[in-house]
Design a protein around this ligand. Structure first.
Ligand code: SAH
Length: 213
């Protein structure tokens, strides 16, 4: 689990790239600067860890592009101590960014291979969330709701109703919506039954699966 000066230098360059692409939240940028993304990559792909690109991980999934991770995290507008639900743990990179922000993180993954691997990795490197759960996140995680923020890291055909009901008043859901490509969407819960929706451009994600367990 080596993290040397070369890695740190590459991370500083990555942070500069993200600033140039419009990311401005200091806490998010600091988290990108601190988290050793190379530890989340598959063997052989470590040299590319600080490219601003998505790469394959186990179970035919992907580790999201750093820009996408930073963009989604910025949209969540989190502060220390907030309770966050992440759907799609994947490599755990996004999870560790949320943990580094000081949030109480609940993360769900439906691929057992990734769930096991990432659970072990996050505990080894000290970025363990409050809970990692193996299961279908399409229905959210009502046991621990409501959440200040819910982040979906896979593309969804529509906004799952169950997730809306698990947002705290004043909180929000950040979800890429679409089939082939996805529009980044933020839904804020203004009042018990009043939600407002904003959209933020196109992205490409692996699909959010429904009822597959
Ligand atoms: N944030 C992760 C993204 C991984 S890709 C990272 O940067 O590594 C999206 C992940 O969502 C995949 O691991 C996939 O298995 C998971 N996923 C897809 N549908 C899901 C569902 N219904 N419930 C939970 N996880 C799901």
């Amino acid at each position: 689990m080596v993290d040397n000066n070369k890695h740190k230098g590459l991370r500083r360059q990555l942070v500069k790239k993200l600033i140039n692409k419009g990311i401005s939240n200091k806490d998010v940028l600091n988290s990108i600067k601190s988290i050793p993304r190379h530890l989340f990559m598959e063997k052989g792909l470590e040299p590319f860890a600080y490219e601003d690109k998505a790469y394959p991980i186990a179970a035919e999934q992907t580790i999201s592009q750093p820009y996408t991770v930073a963009f989604q995290t910025e949209l969540l507008n989190l502060k220390k101590g907030d309770k966050v639900l992440e759907i799609g743990t994947g490599s755990g990179y996004q999870t560790s960014i949320l943990v580094n922000l000081g949030c109480k993180v609940y993360s769900i993954e439906r691929q057992s291979k990734l769930f096991k691997k990432t659970n072990l990795l996050l505990s080894k490197i000290g970025y363990m969330p409050k809970k990692i759960i193996f299961g279908d996140g399409y229905k959210g995680l009502p046991e621990f709701a409501p959440y200040d923020g819910i982040i979906v890291t896979a593309g969804s055909e529509e906004i799952p109703k169950a997730l809306l009901s698990q947002i705290k008043l004043g909180g929000c859901l950040v979800i890429p919506v679409g089939i082939k490509t996805q529009v980044m969407t933020r839904v804020k819960r203004e009042e018990e039954k009043k939600f407002t929706k904003e959209t933020f451009g196109e992205f490409r994600f692996v699909p959010l699966l429904k009822d597959k367990i």
